[in-house]
Design a protein around this ligand. Structure first.
Ligand code: 0A1
Ligand code: ZN
Length: 879
């Protein structure tokens, strides 16, 4: 806990590590009342660190130090300084062996950093700075060491003992204890260290690599979860094959292990050879996991696996370079998901997340470049900007270079930097060297925060047959950054003629065989492009595939949007046009009387989507989702969340009433026969029929209600069961709501992953998730403050998804959140800091709301002993 004001750490202060640790020998003695860790480090002076005496400084956090030895001699207390967060030895030889013994209490570790216990098993989380909670160590990613780890524990309670690499020795000890020794041949930073000890079942499989090596694949889960491993295992094998085929990357160790734990701060962790997953991101069965969960698991398993190259073999020099591994790896996992399913749908999902949440972050008080220049607490920088915008930046390099040169660049990057800790600049340099392209201006994407705005205008010179497009870019100010330079932006576009045809894009008069789609490169503040040889003024299809993470402003008419929605050959832009149209219609209704008319053209367009089964159903399923409240709020200048909620609901009800018969027909058309499969076609069908149900229940349709109740009773999979549950919970049928909620809980109360879904359906509901009910959920027998998933499924879902209730005009939602943040700050600061996010947006709301949001932040700020994590977010938000 904080005693002083937290320090800011600057990228510009980076210095190479003065000491390197070539070898780490660890011995863990695990007991019920604590753990003793014996560490032996082979240390040498870093030749790059210059001459002169430099003290040895090791990081530590919440450790009890039992002894320190240097080259076999125990040091007395005068020979070192133990400051708690640092162990300092003023003078050490050029090379030496340091032995340190520490004592920890994993059973009381509620922060879930370092070594802790989850459902009776020991596990670790060391990224970013958790290893220092295990032993004193230079806890920074540019110190890479070979690890040998011996784990000792009671044999009956902890039959499975795991760490990184290969198991090289095992045996029995006195008092019913046993040990296993693991050796990892690859030097790694300590944030990739992992240990697990527990009573777990093992699921095995094998994978033969491209060079013919057989890899042992093992999953370790609690016995009750043994039937929920198949999907993750299959996803792992698909990821391994894909990384060989698309990036030429083969797995390097003989064993690859995955462990599922219930208490975990994040989604998963890429520890070398021993990935640890949040149970909710790895365990799945048809009966308990939704389609969304299946897809998420496939993506996260892939993400963690891909880190073996983009993250582990080549790692980060310092934490400012986090996007080096995260941006690149998210880009890789999104390519993978795209190849496994529908590329258009995947792109829509990625862009929706980016535009809703990352753009909000980039326009808020915590805005930072994908390579930040400073931080107080690195855990706060595992952000959508580092991950998602970071991936978009890599994607733009891919667009600019094309797939072949990009692959040449990634090959060069891996070859040049294998075994090293490097910077984002090394990544860009490899791309430049392999392609011959100059990316110097492009590098600004790494330095400048904020979402660029592209103001697009056009004119048609009918006489000359020339269509002129003017694009002006502006990058808004963000904390600490003003007067930004124009960035290098790939801008994909097409032009459509009145007969729905794609027109040739002739940049010069008379150009032969001009393509119908181009990627323009914007570099100046204002760019003008002329397209020749046109007979009529075209409809522009701008920023196809969302080729850059920017906001496009263009004065689209509703007619143009309707046209693009039906005829743009780019599926992504068809969806985008539909979304822009729906946003425009909803925005125009915010604050108007209840009976203000809804544009009938929207009804016609949606009728076409609901009823024309010849359209791509996966795309239609996405197009039928009205823009989310969160996105509408993000777009508003001075948001009134309840008014936005109301306008959106009015549009939805209007559409549902007008399309009532079409929705029933759509539901019936998409009721499946045949076995459940997680394929794009089946996912689309389930999504369509559940959207139809949700809409029908919004208008109290009796037939819809019966369909929902039947679906709830008869569903053979969680997507349909929870789809029906959600539709009923969000309806006015109060008795049904209570009944289905109770039945659902009774059936699944022993399954934490399902109970989490049950919590969040209620907490996110404008009917079932008002504050008194939220308090009841917090008192529920299944709720547990120590479990991050439970906290997220109630508190997070309420503040992040139940926006009309959270932004209740009396400020009660904000006060509630502030209370929960203060409560969690003592036990788990990482989770507490993440929960603050909705309040950080206070400046974007109408004054009546923003003042109350600010007051809630101030209350958190004034809590005694605030953690560094929450301190940073709250102080930056109020600055
Ligand atoms: N590197 C992991 C996620 C992760 C991030 C931060 C953590 O603690 C602050 C823990 C895990 C990934 O990208 O999957
Ligand atoms: Zn990652």
């Amino acid at each position: 806990m904080r005693t002083n004001q937290p320090q800011t750490i600057y990228l510009s202060d980076y210095k190479v590590p003065p000491y390197l640790v070539d070898h780490v020998d660890l011995r863990f003695e695990l007991f019920e009342n604590g753990a003793r860790v014996h560490s032996a480090l082979v240390v040498r002076r870093n030749p790059e660190a210059g001459a002169g005496d430099i003290p040895l400084e090791l990081d530590g956090d919440s450790l009890v130090l039992e002894s320190v030895g240097l080259d076999g001699v125990t040091l007395n207390e005068a020979a070192y300084e133990n400051r708690g967060d640092k162990l300092i030895i003023a003078s050490v030889p050029e090379r030496f062996e340091l032995t340190v013994v520490t004592w920890l209490e994993p059973q009381n570790n509620t922060r879930l950093e370092g070594l802790y216990k989850s459902s009776g098993m020991f596990c670790t989380q060391c990224e970013a700075e958790g290893f220092r909670c295990i032993t004193y160590f230079p806890d920074r990613p540019d110190v890479m060491s070979r690890f040998r780890t011996r784990v000792e524990a009671d044999k009956q309670a902890y039959p499975v003992l795991l760490s990184n690499g290969n198991d090289v020795d095992r045996g029995d000890l006195d008092d019913g204890r046993h040990f296993v020794t693991w050796e990892d041949p690859f030097p790694k930073p300590c944030y990739l260290f992992a240990l697990v000890a527990g009573d777990l079942v093992e699921k095995r499989d094998t994978f033969t690599t491209c060079s013919g090596r057989d890899i042992d694949l093992r999953m370790y889960v609690e016995p009750r979860n043994s039937e929920k491993c198949e999907h993750a295992m299959d996803s792992l094998k698909r990821s391994m094959r894909w990384d060989e085929e698309v990036y030429g990357r083969e797995y390097d160790l003989d064993i690859f292990m995955i462990v599922a734990v219930d208490d975990f701060n994040m989604g998963a962790m890429e520890n070398k050879g021993l990935n640890i997953f949040n149970s909710s991101c790895v365990l799945a069965s048809q009966d308990t996991a939704t389609d969304l969960a299946f897809q998420r698991i496939e993506a996260i398993v892939a993400h963690e696996y891909f880190h073996n190259w983009s993250g582990n073999r080549v790692t980060c020099r310092d934490w400012f370079q986090l996007s080096l591994k995260e941006g690149f790896t998210v880009f890789r996992d999104s390519q993978f998901s795209s190849d496994m399913g529908s590329p258009t749908v995947k792109r829509i999902e990625d862009v929706a997340l980016l535009r809703t949440a990352q753009f909000a972050e980039d326009g808020g008080p915590m805005a930072h470049p994908i390579r930040p220049a400073s931080y107080m607490e690195i855990s706060n920088f595992y952000t959508l900007t580092i991950y998602e915008k970071g991936a978009e930046v890599v994607r733009m390099i891919h667009t600019l270079l094309g797939p072949e040169l990009f692959r040449k660049g990634s090959d060069l990057y891996f070859e040049r930097h294998d075994g090293q800790a490097v910077t984002t600049d090394d990544f860009v340099k490899a791309m430049e060297d392999a392609s011959g392209r100059d990316l110097s201006q492009f590098r600004l994407w790494y330095e400048q925060a904020g979402t660029p705005v592209l103001n697009v205008s056009d004119e048609f010179d009918a006489e000359q047959g020339v269509y002129r497009l003017t694009i002006k870019q502006a990058i808004p100010d963000t904390p600490g950054q003003t007067d930004k330079k124009p960035q290098h932006i790939p801008f994909a576009l097409g032009l459509l003629g009145g007969k729905r045809e794609s027109l040739p894009l002739r940049l010069q008069a008379g150009e032969q065989d001009a393509p119908t789609e181009r990627v323009l490169e914007l570099t100046g503040e204002t760019e003008v492009f002329e397209f020749h040889g046109l007979d009529e003024c075209p409809v522009p299809s701008l920023l196809r595939q969302f080729s850059a993470p920017v906001r496009v402003r263009y004065p689209w008419t509703r007619e143009q949007l309707l046209f693009l929605m039906s005829h743009d050959p780019d599926g992504f832009n068809r969806w985008d046009a539909g979304e822009r149209l729906a946003v425009d219609v909803i925005q125009s209704l915010v604050g108007t009387p209840k009976d203000a008319p809804v544009d009938s053209r929207l009804v016609t367009a949606y009728r076409h989507l609901v009823s024309d089964s010849s359209l791509d159903q996966a795309l239609v399923a996405k197009m039928l989702q009205l823009p989310s409240e969160a996105y509408l709020i993000e777009l508003a200048e001075s948001a009134d969340a309840p008014a936005i909620h109301d306008a959106r609901e009015r549009v939805l009800k209007h559409l549902a009433i007008a399309l009532r018969d079409d929705l029933i027909a759509c539901y019936r058309r998409n009721v499946e026969a045949g076995a459940y499969q997680v394929t794009p076609d089946q996912i689309a069908r389930r999504s369509l029929r559940n959207t139809a149900l949700a809409w029908l229940l919004q208008i109290n349709d009796e037939e819809g209600r019966e369909l929902a109740l039947r679906q709830f009773r008869e569903a053979d999979n969680m997507t349909d069961r929870i789809g029906a549950l959600r539709a009923l919970v969000n309806s006015d049928y109060e008795a049904d709501r209570a009944q289905v909620l109770e039945q659902f809980y009774e059936r699944f109360k022993d399954d934490p992953q399902v109970v989490e879904q049950w919590f969040s359906v209620q907490a996110a509901s404008d009917r079932a998730g008002q504050l008194p009910q939220i308090h009841q959920l917090l008192e529920h027998e299944a709720f547990d403050w120590k479990n991050p998933n439970k906290v997220r499924s109630v508190v997070g879902a309420f503040a992040g998804q139940n926006l009309a209730a959270f932004h209740s005009p009396d400020g009660s939602g904000y006060d509630f959140l502030a209370d929960q943040v203060c409560r969690l700050d003592d036990s788990n600061p990482q989770i507490a800091a993440r929960l603050v996010t909705p309040l950080t947006r206070w400046r974007r709301f109408a004054p009546a709301y923003s003042q109350r949001m600010k007051a809630a932040l101030e209350r958190i700020r004034d809590k005694a002993g605030l953690s560094r994590d929450v301190y940073e977010v709250v102080h930056k938000s109020l600055a």
